[in-house]
Design a protein around this ligand. Structure first.
Ligand code: PMT
Length: 408
């Protein structure tokens, strides 16, 4: 069978008689190509043993929030990050209530709170419990948060009653997951594409304790990385030293100097489709590195600097199929300098931003002037994440336009 569902899935199992059906769901998911890790609530382990799921999934089963062994191997935050989707089947009235109210009082509820992955619930409970106003109110809250509810089904229940509350059959759950994923892919124009970014500052060492750098925080670059990821791209960021935290599901390659950023970028560029250079790369580094801390002696001290290679320019000249986007940080004559860089560095697009006097560097907001061969657009001052989403929409449009021109 061809792989249809090449994803990392956490299958959450809560306490309910339908837990036995989840064994078949594990098999169906694996058969469809998924990597499955199972997380069981305490109540679920009373219905079916973790060993069954360990054998079927080929992975240890996660049960305890504070399990020192599990924490060493894969703690709850890593597990939450690892997942491309979390599916809870069966989802009891209790887990629905706890998720609706943001509880994190066991491993499964904590994972749901700590993940950015889509969450699917396949409810299973007695029909009266399902119809209860409290469950329906919780359901309403969960739906408002874009949590996807699969089922429940109608029919005869384990308790002998007839009504709504049966868990969907594993094949039906898988079919709905696949449908939902393919709908999501349609909304992700960069699915299957690789976006490479440089971000943050570089540090050019002078001696073991001193360096030349700048005020870039990495916020602009990381915001664009998030926007590209949300459009479905695989994203790699070659990042200078920053203190902001790494976004989920983005590969970060940490570097310090311009030379290291250069090597890492050129190595990664061959696998990329789009390259966005947001890093504030030092134009110069010291000609000589002092291996011992420089002592204070004369009143004047001269450092000799040499020009660094231009990462953006060399990448765009070497990888002509790559859609390259540069940034231009200017204190004056923004458009003139930016147009000049667009041509000189052989770019598909340049994004100019005013800097200095509290603008651009290390700020939460920015203002962009986007220029490409036959177009220009101004984005007035907004927070960097909002701008990043708007910028990525323009990049996507121009990228596909260029692809189409090449294939015609
Ligand atoms: O990180 P933040 O605090 O959020 O700030 C964001 C920012 C202001 C740093 C960012 O929006 C920005 O403008 N980045 C580019 C800064 C810069 O170095 O601009 P530049 O005009 O000097 O360089 C032009 C382009 O060439 C840039 O894409 C730069 O990444 C690239 N370059 C420059 C020199 C070099 N040796 N290699 C390069 O790749």
């Amino acid at each position: 069978m061809t792989k249809q569902f090449n994803k990392n899935i956490i299958l959450g199992i809560s306490g309910g008689i339908a837990a036995y059906k989840s064994a078949n769901l594990v098999r169906a998911l694996i058969k469809a190509g998924a990597n499955v890790r199972v997380c069981m609530t305490d109540a679920a382990t009373k219905f079916i043993t973790p060993l069954t799921f360990q054998a079927l999934s080929g992975n240890p089963v996660h049960t305890d929030l504070l399990d020192s062994h599990a924490e060493a191997a894969m703690g709850h935050i890593e597990l939450a990050r690892w997942a491309d989707s979390i599916i809870i089947a069966p989802a009891s009235a209790d887990i629905m209530a706890r998720l609706a109210h943001g509880m994190a009082n066991d491993l499964l509820s904590t994972l749901c709170l700590a993940t950015e992955a889509p969450l699917y619930l396949a409810p299973a409970m007695n029909r009266v419990m399902w119809e209860n106003a409290a469950t329906q109110a919780n359901l309403h809250l969960l739906l408002q948060r874009d949590i996807q509810i699969l089922g429940p089904d109608d029919g005869e229940q384990a308790c002998g009653e007839i009504g709504t509350g049966r868990m969907l059959e594993p094949d039906e759950i898988l079919a709905r997951l696949l449908h939902s994923e393919s709908e999501q892919i349609k909304q992700q124009p960069l699915h299957g594409k690789h976006v490479l970014l440089t971000a943050g500052p570089t540090r050019e060492a002078i001696d073991p304790v001193r360096y030349i750098s700048n005020r870039s925080s990495g916020k602009m670059g990381y915001s664009i990385a998030i926007a590209a990821r949300d459009l479905g791209a695989k994203v790699t960021v070659i990042s200078g030293p920053v203190s902001i935290s790494a976004p989920q599901k983005i590969d970060i390659i940490k570097v310090e100097s311009a030379a290291q950023m250069y090597a890492a970028t050129l190595a990664a560029a061959k696998y990329a489709d789009i390259f966005v250079a947001t890093a504030a790369v030092s134009d110069y580094s010291t000609k000589e590195f002092f291996s011992k801390k420089i002592k204070k002696s004369d009143e004047n001290f001269q450092l000799v600097l040499q020009q660094n290679a231009d990462i953006l320019s060399d990448t765009s000249h070497q990888f002509t199929d790559l859609f390259t986007v540069g940034f231009a940080a200017e204190t004056h004559d923004l458009i003139t300098y930016a147009r000049n860089k667009l041509e000189r560095k052989k770019l598909d697009m340049i994004v100019a931003n005013p800097v200095g006097e509290g603008k651009g560097f290390d700020q939460d907001t920015n203002q962009l002037e986007i220029i490409w061969a036959d177009g220009q657009l101004s984005l007035p001052e907004k927070n960097k994440q909002t701008l990043a989403y708007e910028l990525m929409d323009i990049i996507v449009e121009q990228y596909f336009k260029k692809q189409k021109t090449h294939s015609d």
